[in-house]
Design a protein around this ligand. Structure first.
Ligand code: NAG
Ligand code: NAG
Ligand code: NAG
Length: 264
């Protein structure tokens, strides 16, 4: 009898506990409370690590790092960008948003993050860099759910990428089947005496529907004569710049200029 009574009390205690637990899940009208669904996920997520690209259009003292603005559906993110050389003090680089795409064309064709407007990117400028020195970069996105870092080691030599030459002009040389191409070095480059640039010219034409292209070997002059052209044919001319020793990457090609050789 005593044992039965005890079991009975335990049973009701258990029922009581289960009902208490369930009432936490069941709302007053008995329907199951909705658990936040997938559509609001981004609202609760920490940021993803930023997809950072760095390049130096003004070797050796300055470099730029850029990453896409995340989609508007995510929580607001603040970025902390720091860089330091081994054993050196940590320097801040202050990121700012740019609406105009700061990157030359190949990067601009990179897939952006879905939902972000094309060209909305963050940019930060790394200054006072030293030659042949390894740096550590840390770009961390922080929102109220957490943070994520992009960590990268680089030397400025690895990431050299000049801007394209400017003021490119193409002139027909009268009476000759030649074009004179001239340009000015990219003004963003830091020092043309200590760190000279070299250039390449490429030209395209179309012959009865077949495209042709010639790219000349690199040279230091800022003009070039293109010989052996055909009358009444149109040529599309572009110029790029690169560091004289071949560090890093060439610039993007300048915007094409089309010139037609007159009839002889
Ligand atoms: C962006 O969206 C397209 C289709 O809308 C999808 O195919 C692609 O995988 C998405 N890219 C990323 C990075 O989410
Ligand atoms: C990167 O920077 C963030 C924010 O300053 C910091 O919390 C994190 O520890 C750093 N990561 C490394 C590996 O230094
Ligand atoms: C390019 O041309 C403009 C207009 O003629 C001139 O003001 C500018 O100085 C030139 N830039 C360079 C780098 O020569």
């Amino acid at each position: 009898m005593y044992v039965q009574h005890c079991v009975c009390v335990l049973f009701w205690l258990c029922v009581c506990a289960v009902v208490t637990l369930l009432s936490g899940v069941l709302s007053s009208d008995g329907t199951v409370l909705t658990v936040p669904s997938g559509e609001n996920r981004a609202e609760r997520d920490p940021p993803s690590p930023p997809e950072v690209r760095c390049w130096s259009p003004s070797y050796p003292f300055k470099a730029l790092c850029s990453w896409p603005e995340p989609p508007q559906t995510q929580l607001p993110i603040q970025y902390i960008a720091t860089y330091s050389m081994k054993g050196g003090e940590i320097q801040q680089c202050h990121p700012y948003p740019t609406s105009v795409h700061p990157l030359p064309s190949p990067e601009s064709s990179l897939p952006g993050v879905n939902g972000s407007s094309p060209g909305a990117r963050w940019l930060c400028v790394l200054k006072g860099l030293k030659l042949y020195t390894s740096y550590k970069l840390n770009i961390t996105g922080v929102n109220r759910m957490g943070s994520a870092s992009h960590l990268q080691a680089f030397t400025v030599e690895d990431i050299v990428k000049p801007d394209p030459p400017v003021n490119v002009t193409v002139q027909v040389i009268p009476g000759k089947l030649r074009l004179l191409v001239k340009w000015a070095p990219p003004p963003s480059w830091s020092d043309h005496t200590l760190f000279p640039l070299k250039y390449q010219v490429r030209y395209h034409w179309d012959n009865k529907g077949t495209p042709h292209e010639i790219t000349l070997d690199p040279f230091e002059d800022t003009k070039k004569v293109l010989p052996g052209l055909s009358p009444e044919r149109s040529y599309l001319v572009q110029v790029c710049s690169m560091e004289l020793m071949g560090l890093g990457q060439s610039s993007d090609w300048s915007l094409p200029i089309t010139v037609t050789i007159p009839a002889h």
